[in-house]
Write a protein that binds this ligand. Structure first.
Ligand code: ADP
Length: 477
């Protein structure tokens, strides 16, 4: 089996701030289960990883890492979980903090991580044929692997999970933090700054992103966040592979977080609805349609549109529940709506995995009108919990949710094209009309029940890409 090392900054069940963690926590398993590759993952050893995982790790090496002219100590730990080997890099100064990101020295922290990965390669009981890096935090692992050649012939793949976050460092960091001669600067430089994501795209043998539509979109200036021209240059090596979800974990039939387990039963979903209403103080009514959103509160997720339509939409006999944290503007406006429409709306300002699953199980509709969406996992989790997504047609949302057509009975959700609040409101009102039309509603639910998003096909697509990069040796070679 091909040996692949994943570099990334988060991974379930150890540490999660968003969808990236879900992907890194489930794709290796899919590849290993299908016997398509031996994938291992190397992560920072954050202080916020729950103690039970720290206790299971064993130290395998301790070494200095050169950051510019200084040496920083690192320790390498190993842990096997569910058949996958994980490595963790420890450094108290960089990773023993309250949170995962959002520090003034995030750039430096991931320069350290990337250099430490290069050093770790000497100590692993495994020689990767491919290093597969994910998002900006790991972009430099690709660049360093290409330039420093820690393992001769090792190929690289870089996956863009979200091009909005690129990891910028001051120009001076090149001399202060890197050990590379200046001639390499071009691959890192962007508008006078050092750009970690650009370095990954520039240096990788192959580039992927997490849906075919997003792979097209990011070559356009509207979506490319300043990297579109580089992506157009590298278009021949760029492809989109849709994410799956771990359907064993996100499984309403056995999810321990939810009140009543179910496969497709609407009666059971109503029980979940009532339990949620009871728990969060909304009027208990199994028949009222419940609309939810679960997300980081950032512009990307289309919350400006949601803000615009809530007043009108809440005139209907509906309930809306929003779970998330993020920008103050959204936290305060959604709290205002919850206070002023307290019998119809609840706003839950926290990150809570169990509560999120209770919402997926209880709801009828999931609102996700993203401005851009590389893949999106929430709409897949919704479909898995038989909750109908309402999305904007962009990126992975466009590839996974298809507009319901009441004339030919196709489609598994509702969608609109333009980033426009009226279009969202129109689809929300339309979804309500379908909800109250038993025949159409049943047709829509049948399509929802048939939607499948396991990792199997995507894992095969990744395996094919790995094969292209390192073709199997024929006999006698
Ligand atoms: P992104 O990675 O851009 O944040 P995705 O849709 O790909 O968006 O993945 C988001 C993941 O994070 C989903 O698993 C979603 O359920 C989860 N999530 C987002 N916000 C919260 C929250 N406040 N509490 C619990 N889970 C959340």
């Amino acid at each position: 089996m091909k040996k692949i090392l994943y570099t990334a900054s988060e991974c379930t069940p150890f540490i999660k701030t968003g969808g990236l963690a879900d992907v890194i926590g489930s794709l290796p398993q899919a590849l290993v289960n299908e016997e398509q590759a031996d994938v291992r993952v190397i992560l920072p050893k954050y202080g916020t990883i729950p103690a039970k995982w720290h206790e299971q790790m064993t130290e395998i090496a301790s070494f200095p890492v050169q950051i510019g002219w200084r040496n920083q100590g690192a320790k390498l730990f190993k842990l096997k979980h569910d058949g996958i080997t994980f490595y963790f890099i420890e450094n108290h100064h960089y990773f023993e903090r309250q949170g995962v990101y959002g520090y003034y020295d995030d750039g430096e922290r991931f320069v350290f991580y990337s250099m430490a990965v290069m050093e770790s390669l000497k100590y692993l009981d495994f020689t990767p044929e491919i290093l597969h890096a994910h998002d900006w935090q790991a972009g430099l692992t690709v660049a360093f692997a290409n330039i420093l050649q820690p393992i001769k012939g090792m190929k690289t793949v870089f996956t863009i999970h979200n091009i909005k976050y690129q990891g910028m460092l001051q120009f001076e960091a090149f001399d202060d933090l890197f050990i590379l001669p200046r001639e390499h600067f071009a691959g890192f430089e962007w508008n006078g700054m050092i750009n970690c994501m650009k370095s990954g795209i520039f240096h990788a043998d192959k580039i992927t992103t997490v849906s075919p539509s997003y792979a097209e979109e990011i070559k356009d200036p509207y979506y490319g966040e300043g990297l579109d021209s580089l992506l157009r240059e590298r278009a021949g090596d760029l492809s989109g592979i849709i994410n799956g979800i771990n359907t064993d974990d996100y499984n309403p039939m056995k999810d321990p977080h939810i009140h009543a387990n179910y496969q497709t039963s609407r009666a059971k979903k109503k029980e979940n609805k009532k339990a949620l209403q009871e728990a969060i103080g909304l009027p208990v009514n199994g028949d009222v349609p419940v609309y939810i959103a679960i997300s980081r509160f950032v512009e990307q997720k289309g919350f400006h549109l949601v803000e615009h339509i809530l007043h009108d939409f809440l005139q209907n006999d509906v309930q809306v529940v929003i779970l998330g944290t993020g920008e103050y503007e959204f936290e305060s406006s959604f709290s205002w709506f919850a206070q002023n429409f307290s019998d119809k709306m609840a706003t839950l300002l926290k990150f809570d995995e169990g509560l999120a699953r209770q919402l997926y199980a209880a709801a009828d509709f999931f609102i996700m009108p993203s401005k851009f969406e590389p893949c999106g996992l929430s709409q897949l989790i919704s479909l898995q919990y038989k909750t109908v997504p309402i999305v904007r047609e962009t990126g992975g949302l466009k590839d996974t949710v298809h507009a319901f057509n009441e004339f030919d009975g196709t489609g598994n959700g509702f969608s609109f094209e333009n980033y426009n609040a009226h279009e969202l409101l129109q689809q929300m009102e339309y979804s309500l009309k379908i909800y109250h039309d038993p025949k159409q509603w049943q047709t829509l639910l049948k399509n929802v029940n048939k939607s499948k998003f396991s990792w199997k096909d995507s894992a095969t697509a990744y395996a094919r890409l790995y094969d292209e990069l390192t073709p199997a040796k024929t006999k006698g070679e």
